[in-house]
Every structure is written in C-alpha cells, then in structure tokens.
Design a protein around this ligand. Structure first.
Ligand SMILES: [Zn+2]
Length: 251
C-alpha cells in the first residue's frame, strides 16, 4: 500500500469547491535514484512504467481522470483543452494549458522552473503555465491570460493565481543576464546578477490586471530544499509537478 501523497496547496485555491490542485514534491513515488522517487517526466531516461505509476498516484491523490502535460520547450505556446482526452496525453512543444473540462488535470513538470497556476472562479476555467526564465522573458503569463480572456471571457481581476516552488532569488544567478534578460528585469536583482523571478511573475500578473491580493506564492527554493527536484543542484534528476483542474463533481 503506497503512502498517501501530501501535496502543497494554496488556501485561496482550496476554498474553491470547483477546483482540484496540488504541487507534489519528490517523495512518494516508485522511481530509483537519481529520479527518486516521484518523477513525472518521460524525458529524463527514467523507466516509463515507473513514471506511469507515479502519475497514477498523482491522479488518485487529486481525483482527476486524465493528465494533460507538455513536452515543454520553454516556448510560449498555449493549448486550450476543450474535451476530455480518453487517456493521459503529452502535447509536443507546449508550455501552458487552459481547460474548463471537469476531471482534466493540467500538469506542469519542473526542476527549478515555476508553475504559475490560474483559476477563474466566475468562468470555472483553470490554467497552468511552465515559466522558466525564457518564459518570463517572453511573458507567457500575459499570453495565457489573453487566451483565457479571448476563449472564456475571463476578466483578469477575477483570477486567482499561485506561484509554485522554484528557483529562489537566493540561487537565481544569471552571469550572462546582460545578454539573456531584458533591461526591465534588471531592477529585480536582489544582489549583483541574482534575480527574483517570483517578483517578476507577480509583476507580469499584475500588469495583466490580476489583483495583488489574489496572488499566492511559496518561498520554497528548489535548489536549497532537497525535497524538490532541482536541475541546478543535481543536473541528472527527475521532475516534480504542479497540477490544477476543474473538479469532477461539486459536493
Ligand atoms: Zn535557493
């Protein structure tokens, strides 16, 4: 009997009866080192059967029927999931997902990058965004919110947002920031060449019209905290995940 997974949750999301969500650390899965143990990625040379089993545990924990994920490319392509897939699906080239379909879990795979999760309680539509520094530079957050507005009439002022564990300002050193990051990111340095990407995401959310009071974030740094997979710390490692979706049945 597998131990119950205990995902990290956000109070603002937990108060929405129509919503399932959770962020799962590296514990409680079946993969061996260096993927120990709850690795969700098929792209890191872990045994596919083990990854499948890990993902099943996550589905069970959240009560979702299927998981939609992406072979993430640090791009800015946003996919709307309009129907429930018959089985779990991983979509190539996609870094953000939006869906109002009950029972569909939108899964972002991470090892230092942020997941930025969104929920519009008025339109009952959820989104999940893979946001590494390249996603921050392209502002995939604004792109995703624009698609929510176009496709679901979401008003940004209604959105609840949450930023997952990720590379913290303590560890986000960008020695080539003059080439890699635009000038308007430079004020987000906490000390020379170290950047606060959570603050950048907050700013990008607020610029689209999300209310500051509706933005939640953790202070967990994935590099500092060994409970999370970290590419910067371990290089060859697994991926943890953040999942959000509309719940199957409201009780
Ligand atoms: Zn750190």
């Amino acid at each position: 009997m597998a131990a119950m997974l205990t995902p990290l949750t956000f109070a603002a999301f937990s108060q929405c009866p129509a919503l399932s969500h959770g962020i799962f650390n590296r514990h409680g899965g079946v993969s061996p080192a260096p993927y120990d143990s709850l690795n969700v990625s098929h792209g890191v040379d872990d045994d596919p059967q083990r990854v499948k089993k890990n993902r099943e545990r996550i589905k069970q924990s959240l009560g979702v029927d299927v998981l939609v994920s992406g072979r993430q490319v640090h791009g800015s392509q946003v996919q709307v999931i309009a129907e429930k897939p018959v089985a779990d699906v991983e979509i190539a080239g996609c870094d953000a997902f939006i869906s109002n379909v009950a029972g569909v879990g939108l899964l972002i795979q991470q090892a230092d990058c942020q997941a930025v999760m969104l929920f519009d309680p008025h339109r009952r539509v959820a989104a999940n965004i893979h946001c590494g520094w390249r996603g921050s530079v392209s502002n995939i957050i604004a792109t995703t919110i624009r698609v929510m507005a176009e496709e679901f009439a979401t008003e940004p002022a209604h959105l609840l947002a949450a930023i997952s564990p990720s590379l913290g300002p303590c560890c986000a050193e960008f020695v080539n920031f003059q080439q890699e990051l635009p000038d308007h990111f430079h004020p987000f340095q906490v000390k020379p060449s170290y950047f606060d990407f959570r603050a950048i995401s907050r700013r990008q959310l607020e610029e689209t019209g999300v209310k500051p009071a509706n933005i939640s974030a953790t202070t967990i740094c994935t590099v500092c905290d060994p409970n999370w997979f970290s590419y910067r710390r371990e290089k060859k490692t697994g991926r943890f995940c953040s999942v959000i979706g509309v719940r199957k049945s409201e009780k």
